[in-house]
Design a protein around this ligand. Structure first.
Ligand code: OSB
Ligand code: MG
Length: 368
């Protein structure tokens, strides 16, 4: 296989409702899609970088820039291109894992389409549907939060994740437990908003029997998470800190987490995600599939990953309607709280041309 062309496509999709986290409020998803054209087939990858460097250091304009200047020209020079060869070819370039992931996914999609093989089979999936949770943003009042959570539970979501930050933590959790009971699966995500000195405050979450607290501290503070873990009964799950299988192994060895959120974009792609899954499985660490407000293209691939055997907790793999009025692929819909894993070759879905064109803000064809 040889790369013959790459399209960078920028889209802007309005969210059905604003999504507020400890790092900011999103009202539209400005995403970057990568379409590779090879001698064998075409493939798609969605870059999960957000508009600004708030969740992580990457942001969408930087991802487009590094792809255009460095990654695509480097891959274009590879004669026998394979998906497993993408990461080694790009290894000399530091960081930019979200950009690398998008390009590797597009090449993997093309390769698997050419071979007629679904991504789920390639990764080692063992389920044909996956249980789904939903990530619920910070709201302006507890009543508003209870309405939102109630609606998601009515839709069938099997697990609720509340975004928290100082000033919006113990009370919303207590209110959700009080209204919806002790049986719902409930967890929280701080997106790095706390310090180790908040340990006693965060221990006030312990009585609520949360599945986990996600990324309470700075992404580089592995030892801080290990220290915090000694003060909390609530299990610590890392998101931002886990950038590779090596980082996962170190965090586990140091006692910084007992659960991991796997996001393919954050770790450089689906192949590294599988390695993280394998490391965690061998340590008895449960994993679940996170999300970055993906369109149907990224969601399809995430579902393949979430069907691996070590993904034993419901992920942030929500239905398309959680995010978008109109998605750029046929929408993923919830049945009994589950989404089906695509079975067609590659990532298993194709963009709908009119819907994609309607939200495209810029298209750039990189001639090789
Ligand atoms: O921390 O998991 C996160 C969305 C954007 C950036 C970071 C995060 C999130 C979510 C939503 O929590 C996950 C989703 O539903 O896609
Ligand atoms: Mg998170």
């Amino acid at each position: 296989m040889k790369l013959t062309g790459v399209e960078l496509r920028r889209i802007s999709l309005p969210l059905v409702s604003p999504f507020r986290t400890s790092f900011g409020t999103e009202t539209t998803r400005d995403a970057l899609l990568v379409r590779v054209v090879t001698t064998e087939a075409e493939g798609w990858g969605e870059c999960v970088a957000m508009a600004g460097p708030l969740y992580s250091s990457e942001y969408v304009d930087a991802a487009a820039d590094v792809l255009r200047r460095f990654f695509v020209p480097t891959l274009a020079a590879v004669d026998h291109l394979t998906a497993i060869g993408v990461a080694p070819a790009l290894a000399k370039f530091h960081g930019h894992r979200m950009a690398k992931a998008a390009l590797e996914t597009a090449v993997l999609d093309a390769e698997l389409r050419a071979e007629g093989r679904p991504l789920s089979r390639e990764l080692g999936a063992v389920h044909d549907r996956v249980p789904c949770g939903v990530s619920v943003g910070i709201m302006s009042s507890t009543d508003e939060l209870l309405d939102a959570v109630g609606n998601y539970l009515d839709e069938g979501y099997l697990r609720i994740k509340l975004k928290i930050q100082p000033g919006w933590d113990i009370e919303p959790v207590a209110a959700v437990r009080e209204r919806f009971g002790d049986d719902i699966l409930l967890q929280v995500d701080a997106n790095t908003a706390y310090a180790v000195s908040d340990a006693r405050h965060l221990a006030r979450l312990d009585p609520f029997n949360l599945l986990l607290i996600e990324q309470p501290l700075d992404e580089e503070d592995i030892l801080g998470h290990a220290e915090l873990a000694r003060h909390l009964k609530t299990p610590i799950c890392l998101d931002e800190s886990i950038t590779s299988a090596r980082a996962a192994a170190a965090a586990i060895s140091l006692g910084a987490c007992s659960i991991i959120n796997v996001k393919p974009g954050r770790v450089g792609g689906y192949l590294e995600s599988r390695r993280i899954h394998d490391v965690c499985q061998s340590h008895g660490i449960p994993v679940w599939c996170g999300g970055m407000l993906e369109t149907g293209l990224g969601r399809a691939a995430n579902l393949a990953l979430a069907a691996l055997p070590g993904f034993t907790l419901p992920g942030d793999t929500s239905a398309s309607s959680r995010y978008y009025q109109t998605d750029i692929t046929p929408p993923f819909t919830l049945t009994d709280g589950h989404l089906s894993v695509p079975t067609s070759p590659g990532i298993g879905v194709d963009p709908l041309e009119p819907e994609l064109n309607a939200v495209t803000t810029h298209t750039e064809w990189l001639k090789l």
